[in-house]
Ligand binder design. Structure first.
Ligand code: NAG
Ligand code: NAG
Ligand code: NAG
Ligand code: NAG
Ligand code: NAG
Length: 434
């Protein structure tokens, strides 16, 4: 309801009230003058209110105009912005196209003209996909396999005895078991060993001990070697042959190392090193792989050493050439002690020991002799040229086996049993049994 109509209604009501008082009783206190004053007051208030409202209305109108003007401005700005954005996008697109037109992405990477970026194919990285990711960096090949990087992949070249994508599998050389006669197969890396039952021997337990005693197995294998003077077998099953050349063969006789030095005799020390002698007093120590470690000079009178072996004490036993000396040599100092009984030798050349520490020496011109380290001779065998047993003269090489049988040879192979009787002399072939 508008205020002016309210004023009208009030005026009418007041008029009616005045009429009633004039016409009615004189009961009421209010006089006409009072009412006039009241009406005038109300009228004045209403006028003031009306003026206020009018001012407010004007202000609202002004505000409304201002808002409308702001709205117009905002809309203009929006329009401007849209224009600018379009311009920027167009600019970016044209620059992006230029970017992509310069074929920045190598190795078939896709070019993104909006982001100015290259999306690389799998296996590549870098701003321009220029880097082939090296999948070998994580060293995926196990067990010393060699890794070859390829695009988004790699290949492993496995060490012999291993297989699998990452060379993770040790090939089981015991599957199927090659061990005959109930031998137990033990898988090793790239090889196996058979643990044979007591009466069998050989790589695959195919040889019966009786057979070995009565009919030596002679296997001729042409090694890439000229004259062999001495042989040794290492804990790895490798064969070391010395003579004009020094060579290490795998147990299947494949050559694994040429050692450049020329040695005459060889043994494996108790701490698994190769020890060599040559035409001097020097003793050479090599790793089982055939790499030199050190050398010592044996403090002995002969100018040259012959056969060499080791004792479980770590000491070495060497034969002096063309003298009566067999010596126990300290590995670190070269200090030497002569075994007393050795003065009975003419030309000791090969030496070995057995499980009881007995030193067994072959004499180039005399008998095979076994003695303890104090020099007590425990047995001699052969030694008389022309005698029935003289066939063991000029023996070349001597070894003992795990039963302490002694094997020696010259033009014959002889096996001497633990009661020191000659068990057998084998087929006629000059074989060095060391
Ligand atoms: C791996 O590479 C090294 C160094 O070239 C080499 O000596 C070795 O024999 C290789 N191994 C294999 C399993 O190819
Ligand atoms: C042992 O057995 C394997 C597997 O049957 C065979 O390849 C190898 O020649 C055998 N070795 C000997 C010395 O008989
Ligand atoms: C070792 O030397 C011989 C020549 O004496 C040669 O034929 C052979 O290839 C060499 N082997 C190795 C593994 O060096
Ligand atoms: C013995 O070893 C030493 C180093 O320890 C070396 O200089 C010398 O050449 C070696 N001698 C021989 C004959 O190899
Ligand atoms: C080695 O012999 C020398 C004398 O030739 C001596 O001085 C030294 O003490 C000996 N060393 C050992 C360990 O016996």
């Amino acid at each position: 309801m508008r205020l002016d109509s309210l004023t009208g209604i009030l005026t009418v009501l007041i008029a009616v009230f005045i009429e009633d008082t004039h016409a009615g009783s004189s009961c009421c206190h209010k006089t006409r003058q009072d009412l006039d004053t009241l009406a005038t007051g109300i009228s004045s208030d209403v006028a003031t209110l009306t003026a206020g409202i009018s001012t407010l209305t004007k202000m609202v109108s002004t505000l409304s105009n201002a808002i409308s003007s702001i709205k117009t401005d905002v809309s203009d700005i929006r329009a401007d912005n849209a224009g600018i954005e379009r311009k920027i996008a167009a600019l970016l697109k044209s620059n992006g196209q230029e970017f992509c037109d310069s074929t920045p992405c190598d190795n078939d990477g896709a070019c993104n003209e909006y982001g100015y970026t290259c999306q690389c194919k799998s296996g590549y990285t870098g701003r321009n996909c220029e880097t082939d990711i090296n999948e070998c960096d994580s060293s995926p090949c196990q067990n010393e396999g060699n890794c070859t990087d390829q695009v988004n992949s790699y290949t492993c070249k496995c060490k012999a005895g291993y297989t699998g994508v990452n060379c993770e599998t040790d090939i089981d050389e015991c599957d199927p078991s090659p061990c005959q006669n109930e031998g137990t197969c033990i898988d090793k890396v790239n090889r196996y060993t058979c643990k044979c039952k007591a009466e069998f021997a050989g790589v695959n337990c195919t040889i019966t001990i009786g057979q070995l005693k009565n009919k030596p197995i002679v296997v001729k294998i042409q090694l890439q070697s000229s004259l062999i003077d001495d042989l040794a077998v290492t804990s790895r099953g490798h064969i070391v042959a010395v003579g004009f050349t020094t060579k290490i063969y795998d147990s299947d006789f494949t050559l694994i190392k040429n050692v450049s030095n020329e040695f005459q005799y060889v043994a494996v020390s108790d701490d698994d090193q190769l020890v060599f002698t040559d035409l001097s007093r020097t003793i050479y120590f090599y790793t089982l792989d055939g790499s030199p470690i050190r050398n010592i000079t044996a403090k002995v009178s002969p100018f040259q050493l012959n056969g060499i072996t080791t004792l479980s004490t770590g000491q070495l036993v060497v034969c002096g050439v063309r003298t009566d000396g067999v010596y126990i040599v300290d590995q670190s100092t070269g200090n030497a002690t002569t075994i007393p009984a050795s003065d009975t030798f003419v030309w000791p050349n090969f030496v070995t020991t057995n499980s009881k520490g007995v030193v067994i020496v072959t004499d180039h011109s005399g008998p095979l002799k076994g003695m303890d380290q104090a020099g007590n001779v425990l047995f001699t065998y052969g030694g008389t040229r022309g005698s029935e047993e003289g066939q063991l003269n000029f023996p070349a090489g001597v070894v003992t086996d795990s039963w302490d049988y002694i094997m020696t040879g010259n033009y014959w192979l002889g096996i001497i049993t633990d009661d020191y009787s000659l068990s057998h002399t084998g087929s006629k072939s000059k074989s060095d049994v060391s």
